[in-house]
Design a protein around this ligand. Sequence first.
Ligand code: SF4
Length: 357
Amino acid sequence: MQNKLTYEQVLEWYNRPLLDLVYEAATVHRAHHDPREVQISTLLSIKTGGCPEDCGYCPQAARYHTGVENEGMLSQKQVEIAAKRAKLMGSSRLCMGAAWRNVKDDADFDHVLDLVKTVNNLDMEVCCTLGMVTENQAKKLSDAGLYAYNHNLDSSEEYYEKVISTRGYQDRLDTIDNVRKAGITVCSGGIIGMGESPEDRCKMLVTLANLTPQPESVPINALVASEGTPLENQKPISIFEMVRMVAVTRLAMPKTTVRLSAGRTEMSIEGQALCFMAGAASIFAGDKLLTTPNPDIYEDLDMFDILGLKPTKPFTKHDKPQPEKTADYDLKEKPRWTRPGHVIAENEAKRKTKTTV
Ligand code: SF4
């Protein structure tokens, strides 16, 4: 039985002197992980732009004027080529992202199921991030061989509604629950640097840490302020805030894979080294993370050489999913995702800019 983690405990960790915190997090990290191994994951956008949601940080939201065009889905061949290339460069996980509010039971979803099978056949860990999913849909993904599903909480429940108005926090938690019930591993984390307080960061970690079981994977993103989004003027966070966040995540969820995600272009090798010391065990590779810039893979491989790191092999922490031949789905299932309907002034202002141009 997992002990409940308290907000007070997480805040106490968060406020420790940085080097004490890193030392303790490194000790916990070494007790549960091989500190020389860092997983390289590749994030591939299989359906870019045109999203109906209003996430204040996202250049793929159709309502903002960001220059990201609405593109059709990648073909099976395109995904297979991208996956083979990623594997060749050391990636053991491919995460496919579609800019959707939620999955619909249509031909596009059937195509995604085929993509999952294609990548699973390459012996890579397959992850998807497709928005909200029902229990049936999660089961279909599981039966196709999906290893992980990403669905970030982004921030605390209180701060979430200052950034996104088109869906509620409980929808996030329900999707995570549906994924869990389908036997898929959970990847869920957040973004720092959106204007949230340290207390918001700690509250998000408490929510994640008190999921039963804890997520297998927690990405920590630094906001990449994209032009045209409501958060375009946010100042970059300091590397020390990132290190602190990684270290507290490590203490809160000792066995979880903590992932250094968006924002690495702003981090030096020294800064990233501190993050690895504090418990980060994965990076995202490739020149783009969906639509935001990311370091070149050759620079990352040089960094691995300098720091004495090696890429983690696939399925070292959990078994490879075995796709099922027959499945039993509840066809009566009716998804009920919410639209909280509150208004976020910054998001509305950006929408107006677009319609008056
Ligand atoms: S973060 Fe995802 S759900 Fe939100 S606007 Fe971007 S693509 Fe859509």
